[in-house]
Design a protein around this ligand. Sequence first.
Ligand SMILES: [Zn+2]
Length: 314
Amino acid sequence: MWDCGSHGPGSNPGGGIFGEEMNGKNSLPSYIKKRVRSVLYKLKKERMPDYITIAMSGGKDSLAAAYFLKDFEGVFGYTLEAFFIDLGIEGFSSESKEVVKEATEKLGIKLHIIKPEKSLPQIIEENWEKIKMGQIKICATCGLIKRYIMNKFCWENYGEKGVIATGHNLDDELAFMVSNIYGQNVGYGFKGSVALGNSKEKLCSKIKPLAKVREAKLEAFKDVLLKKGFRTTTKECLLKDGNTQTKHKAFIHAIEEISKKFKTNNFATATLHYIEKAHKNKEKDVSWRKTCKICHYPTSSKDGICSYCKLMRR
Ligand SMILES: [Zn+2]
């Protein structure tokens, strides 16, 4: 079950992070570790994979996820590997790649660097008219490319023996839900912390080890990682203009402030329970999923050609 507490901005998420509790049972690392462990147990109930491959971006969340997954490698008996998707964004991708290289070396994780057949700037150039008209959104396109490559990489390298891990945190999940609510897609795309794949469809399972951890806690944990000598990307993506996730997160924090006044200081947990229930039956129905005529990976596209193949003009 979800147990996420509620911490808006201004709360003290780290608790004893700078004090003597740092290494104690109630420390911030222990808090996060406990939640990562619960996701791994949930995965183990289904089937523990031989490989977990973490998608690293250079940011604090995927670094924290890699850090804790490495810690549990021996306990759960999987091999942890990492991959970085180089989208060729000038002044951003190369720095992020270096940060990820350093982190994986320090953690002793094998790193795979993947380049899509076209860089994101090239795709933007080719689709500039549609972007101007608002028919294609850059951040959504970037997300689509990453999701496609993640699954393809995992499937081709590990097959049924592999699981993809991402650094999504609880605030990411909540922001995603907000956008689904007004898009009238309640439950759609929301898989919780463990989403099972399907080998017949070349679909790898996915886990979000940090899906029960608030962003504020991870922001505080970043300081712990920096003290240990890790780095995170300092630059922001130059193409992120128009990304609505930040606005959704601000909206969630505002709602949390209001709900505190009504002594229902549990907005995040309550929302997740609600959506999980709403999603339960939808998850079983995958009749909408087809196989792409070109690449043979799953697609929801009615014409049977996946969005990735269309973007790449295959
Ligand atoms: Zn395709």
